[in-house]
Ligand binder design. Structure first.
Ligand SMILES: Cc1cc2nc3c(=O)[nH]c(=O)nc-3n(C[C@H](O)[C@H](O)[C@H](O)COP(=O)(O)OP(=O)(O)OC[C@H]3O[C@@H](n4cnc5c(N)ncnc54)[C@H](O)[C@@H]3O)c2cc1C
Length: 476
């Protein structure tokens, strides 16, 4: 079915906008687009909004290396690693509630963020724009308007129904980037017959009880899974590229605490009999390997005739990580950046897109945008940074503020929020195990919290963590 609303007139402003994805980015985009008076439809493949935070007990079971299509990578016991005070949308703080089953802590379990996202939808009446259980299967250019402006044919399938196609003036792609596992190339991986999975498919520790587990990758998820699994596994070996990696040094404290937790160098090769050989020649016979090696960007439905590609995890060309110069502003991406306070930056990008689509702001010329993208790439090359880091913001909150201010007049983040975020990072690299419950606020943070009406929440003692796990699962 093709439906169209071309009235034959040149549009004074963009009218009908499709947002692909009902996670934080898609919902932030929907709110901002509505504020600008645009007609928004959010297409979400799952039965509820929330994206990653809508926990899914299902894993890619038939394909534990995770290429089979489950969206959420959240595991059952996950607690946020960024303080709640720093990640709420600018006018809708992520405050604790008194709800039964709620988790008022600064670093709550994942179900608490899902609750917040649902409250955000209710507060801004967004759910009537959302079509759930609707998977976008193709986004391609439709015949342009008479004035030459681009339009998009969006094909989607509501579960159990036939595919339909609808034409939109603009599409905002907001599908996240923590669902498509990135796997390393390890000699012997294809021959290894025991359990191998990506962290995307990890949910609960039970099936690893008594096992020898090798975890490949010592970033946040590698460290978190090692700490969870050492409670049930016989041995956990955390393999790291370099002992100088930030989280590795934080983990050395935990390694000193637990006899069954070991740090290892990179995996050199795997043998069919279950032996995992490390770079320094040491080896273990393992029952399971979990790859905590990150994610790839992937837009399987997007057909731009090669105008937007993904090359070694560089989505490009994208001006300021949002607009492809040749297709702007009718195609945009919200939520691409990594190593950033994502929810806040998502709001910045969403506001910019909405203001450009409504005509309130203009973009530089296509040539200027293209030049800026090329300059960014050249700068990365000159600094010796790999292509796959193109969208890393390196936790540079000043750069994010500059970008928000420049692109859409977004207010800069208050200093106390930055401080609470950075002190949480330094607490994390100091001790992965205690940072969520052992923090101490500076005067600046305490003053910020008081001025903004945050009630201090006493950190809960560690042994109550099991209750927290129950809350995390019960809330979804
Ligand atoms: C394990 C883990 C821990 C994290 N911890 C934190 C943390 O502590 N703090 C923090 O700030 N961030 C954290 N993050 C980052 C988190 O992903 C972001 O905070 C946020 O959820 C990103 O929102 P998003 O909308 O961009 O993407 P997502 O939440 O992934 O939402 C994308 C949505 O798009 C939908 N979709 C995808 N493809 C289609 C399609 N073809 N058709 C229709 N719908 C589609 C999906 O179903 C999903 O609902 C974590 C991420 C992971 C994986």
């Amino acid at each position: 079915m093709v439906s169209d609303h071309d009235d034959g007139k040149l549009p004074a402003q963009w009218k009908k906008v499709c947002v692909v994805g009902g996670g934080m980015a898609g919902l932030a985009a929907a709110r901002e687009l509505r504020r600008e008076g645009l007609d928004v439809t959010v297409l979400e493949q799952r039965g509820g909004v929330g994206g990653q935070w809508l926990y899914d007990a299902a894993t890619d079971a038939g394909d534990p290396l995770g290429m089979a299509g489950v969206h959420s990578s959240v595991f059952a016991s996950l607690r946020l690693n960024s303080p709640r005070e720093s990640i709420g949308f600018s006018d809708f703080p992520f405050r604790p509630t008194n709800d039964a089953g709620g988790d008022a802590r600064r670093y709550p379990v994942h179900g608490e963020l899902l609750r917040y996202i649902r409250d955000f939808c209710d507060a801004f009446g967004l759910m009537d724009a959302v079509r759930l259980n609707t998977t976008v299967t193709r986004v391609a250019m439709a015949p342009p308007r008479r004035d030459g402006s681009l339009r998009w044919a969006v094909r989607s399938r509501r579960h159990g129904e036939a595919e339909t196609e609808e034409v939109f003036d603009a599409v905002v792609v907001a599908i996240g980037h923590y669902s498509q596992p990135r796997l390393p190339t390890v000699d012997g991986m294809d021959r290894w017959r025991r359990k191998q999975l990506h962290s995307h498919s990890y949910r609960v520790p039970d099936s690893f009880a008594g096992e020898v587990v090798v975890i490949v990758g010592c970033s946040v998820s590698g460290a978190e899974l090692a700490l969870e699994l050492r409670r049930v596994a016989k041995e956990v070996h955390l393999s790291t590229k370099s002992t100088e990696e930030t989280i590795t040094s934080a983990m050395s404290k935990s390694v000193a605490r637990y006899e069954n937790l070991h740090l290892r160098p990179q995996v050199e090769h795997l043998r069919e009999d279950g032996t995992v050989v490390f770079d320094d020649g040491s080896f273990v016979v393992a029952d399971a390997i979990i790859y905590c090696t990150g994610y790839n960007y992937s837009f399987p439905f997007l057909d731009t005739n090669g105008k937007v590609t993904v090359d070694d995890n560089r989505v490009g060309p994208l001006y300021e990580h949002v607009f492809p110069p040749e297709l702007a502003p009718s195609l945009s991406f919200v939520g691409i950046p990594a190593k950033v306070l994502l929810p806040v930056f998502i709001e910045v990008q969403a506001r910019w897109v909405a203001q450009v689509l409504s005509g309130r702001r203009t973009l530089p010329s296509q040539e200027e945008m293209q030049r800026a993208v090329e300059e960014h790439s050249r700068g990365m090359e000159a600094a010796g940074l790999p292509k796959r880091w193109t969208h890393d913001m390196f936790l540079d909150l000043e750069r994010c503020d500059d970008s928000g201010e420049r692109t859409c007049g977004f207010p800069r983040m208050e200093q106390w929020k930055k401080e609470i975020f950075f002190s949480s990072l330094s607490d994390m690299v100091d001790d992965m195990e205690s940072f969520r419950d052992g923090y101490h606020d500076s005067d600046l943070v305490r003053d910020g919290l008081r001025r903004h009406g945050w009630t201090p929440v006493a950190p809960r003692p560690q042994e109550e963590d099991d209750d927290a796990k129950a809350i995390g699962v019960a809330n979804i």
